[in-house]
Design a protein around this ligand. Structure first.
Ligand code: NDP
Length: 235
């Protein structure tokens, strides 16, 4: 049976490349996008369909879940990819931090809350939460880490919280075949923040492969973990 996959924030960047790979893998892919026109354009480019989906808006998420239920009756794969990084490093700005936590943590929670009934109807659904080693408390507190001096308060807190949620959700789903993991794609050439595309070493098409790996886990694969391209990342 063809798998049904939804990727949030998939109209550009890592989400779009993840969607492209999943189409190539034979899945029926739904591009979630808060901007309808951009979502439709991205979906047309890769042979997917699109859905209006703003992860910060409960009504939008509820409508998207109702549409997927109507069209497919279930969901086999959810990639919580949508995210923002509006803060400049080294600056404490609570307004931006609040927006970041809203999108990067409460967004995935809201999406999972609404889509869980559909994920439960799949044979063995997978959830990938796109996280970052910038949310690793071990990295943040290790003077030997390349990220030790980097302080981006809201973003780091958002990914640490997303990781915590990933552990908790895996426990909530322990008696189901659903697997949920947090994945760091690496430092990726996207427009997540000013200058990021120019400075990052990894093309989005390459980084998407690690997301896809955890989107296609076998039954004996891990759940409740945090991984990058090479290893399990220390929380
Ligand atoms: P981009 O800025 O290129 O893409 C972000 C996507 O998220 C866009 O499609 C954007 O939509 C969407 N988005 C933002 N807010 C919302 C919302 N409220 N509802 C729905 N969609 C939304 O960044 P990346 O592709 O780099 O980021 C993807 C994920 O990867 C993020 O979670 C990020 O934290 C994570 N990540 C990225 C790294 C990197 O180096 N780039 C490193 C580690 C993790 P729109 O076009 O409308 O703005």
């Amino acid at each position: 049976m063809t798998k049904i996959a939804l990727i949030t924030g998939a109209n550009r960047g890592l989400g779009l490349e993840t969607a492209r790979l999943l189409v190539e893998a034979g899945m029926t892919v739904i591009v979630g996008a808060r901007d309808v026109a951009r979502g439709e354009a991205a979906a047309a480019e890769i042979g997917a369909s699109s859905l209006p989906l703003d992860v910060g808006d409960a009504a939008s998420v509820a409508r998207a879940a109702a549409t997927v239920e109507e069209r497919h009756g279930r969901l086999d794969l959810l990639v919580n990819n949508a995210g923002i990084l509006p803060e400049a490093p080294g600056v404490l700005d609570t307004r931006m931090a609040r927006a970041t936590l809203d999108t990067n943590v409460l967004g995935p929670m809201l999406v999972i809350e609404h889509f869980l009934p559909l994920l439960r109807r799949a044979d063995a659904a997978r959830i990938v939460n796109v996280s970052s080693t910038m949310g690793s408390l071990a990295d943040q507190s290790d003077p030997g880490s390349p990220y030790y001096g980097l302080v981006v308060p809201g973003y780091q807190a958002s990914k640490a919280a997303l990781n915590s949620f990933t552990i908790g959700l895996a426990k909530l789903l322990a008696d189901t075949p659903i697997k949920v993991n947090a994945v760091c794609p690496g430092w990726v050439q996207t427009d997540l923040a000013p200058g990021n595309r120019e400075q990052a070493p990894t093309p989005a098409a390459d980084a998407a492969r690690v997301v896809v790996r955890y989107a296609q886990l076998d039954a004996d694969g891990p759940t409740g973990g945090f991984f990058d391209a090479e290893r399990a990342v220390a929380w």
